[in-house]
Design a protein around this ligand. Structure first.
Ligand SMILES: [Zn+2]
Length: 175
């Protein structure tokens, strides 16, 4: 799938007041469009429920699927489930954007909205706090052991200059 912006455009001005459903199946072409460096791979469904009234667009976002990150511990790829529900409100009036109350303003001259940046924002909101491999049934970490060993030796090497600096500081303090 390639990224086509027109697939994410909602021409809200031509919609009657009421409820509308949208859904997008997203793969890596979507997040690559936003130059994401954290997402190694992605397969998510984004469902949006729009409640349209004359002066207000209320969007309820649901994100669910899987995102592949680099593991924080072993740097191997780890695919993690993501789940998010979030609301965004747009007021239609001739006001400047103001970020109080998390309401965005659309000018009266506007008639369409490009959902792609808002979908991307909600994908980022759905990121898990910890991006690490889980454990097997016996509680053993599923991280790449060889990588962890390599990283540990690198860390030991990195620590040496720090130790020398401490030594210098100790010399100063002891004099
Ligand atoms: Zn890991």
């Amino acid at each position: 799938m390639a990224f086509h912006e027109k697939e994410y455009i909602i021409a809200y001005k031509s919609l009657k007041d009421g409820d509308y459903e949208y859904s997008w199946s997203l793969d890596k072409s979507f997040t690559d469009h936003f130059d994401s460096t954290e997402i190694m791979d992605i397969s998510v469904e984004v469902d949006v429920h729009l409640i349209k009234s004359s002066r207000l667009l209320q969007f309820l976002f649901k994100v669910s699927g899987n995102i592949t990150f680099e593991c924080d511990r072993c740097l191997d790829f780890v695919s993690l489930p993501v789940e998010l529900e979030n609301e965004m409100i747009f007021k239609i009036e001739g006001k400047e954007n103001n970020f109080e109350e998390e309401i965005l303003y659309l000018s009266e001259e506007e008639s369409i909205i490009n959902m792609a940046p808002f979908i991307y924002e909600n994908i980022i909101f759905s990121f898990p706090i910890k991006r690490v491999h889980g454990t097997d049934k016996k509680g053993k970490s599923l991280c790449n052991k060889d990588m962890i060993k390599k990283l540990e030796t690198l860390l030991v090497k990195d620590e040496k200059p720090v130790d020398e600096r401490w030594n210098d500081l100790n010399k100063l303090l002891n004099n």
